[in-house]
Write a protein that binds this ligand. Sequence first.
Ligand SMILES: O=C(O)CCC(=O)C(=O)O
Length: 253
Amino acid sequence: MRATSITLQSESLMKLSEDEKCFFQENGYLIIKDFLSSKTCQELKDAAHKHAQDKIHNYLNFHRDIEEFKSLITHSSLHDICDQVLNARMVPIGSIFFFGKPNNPLENGSLPHQDNYAAKAPNGSYLVASLALDVTRKDNGALYVYPGSNKLPELPFVESKNFEYDDSGKLIKNFPIGNEVKIPDGYEKLTLEYDPGDLILLHSNIIHGAEKNINSSDKWRHQYYMHFIKDGDPFWPGWNARRQIMDRGPKRI
Ligand SMILES: O=C(O)CCC(=O)C(=O)O
């Protein structure tokens, strides 16, 4: 186990190996196993369900509404990891939570996309750290990536609507997330496999997506995506995501 429960606020330094950093640079993603304990993952899921009640769809910025998610996104061990992969002080600016309920008409997975279409940050400045909360495989909608596509520039995309809101401005449903790109020749799709507590880092330009969860065995795919920007770099807040710079401590490593 690389970090103790976020509820304990352990401040232990999280050092990545040179191999891990090189893997991220070459492939555009990195899986850190056992970043959090299963117990903490369960606490996060419980807090998410308590907040959402029966309204199960994607939620933007849980860290603004739920204390447990704020503890996570502001956690210094998480920042250590983000800081090391891009060798910069990475500032949290937003998040999105996926319940991944099987066959949920309000959730529809995501299309192959590069994340920077949303943040419009300088190339390579935006970073996503995604925490897995369930055993996740192809059959419950695991994330897939195109390794090496992080080295591509921003590709042309099909603009599409991601979210539906009610008249009060509340998000009530999501369409397949992301502005779809065409996969250039030479890149192979790789469906990732990961477990509760694993942390997946994604470069802003890596092409990735996830199939809608349609299994019939009641296997959910809870997953929390946290968004970071290199300190001082510009980004687009977005009408939906409303990204905002958060306070965090110094770069430690
Ligand atoms: O887990 C998924 O459906 C992918 C989400 C994603 O890629 C995103 O929020 O940018």
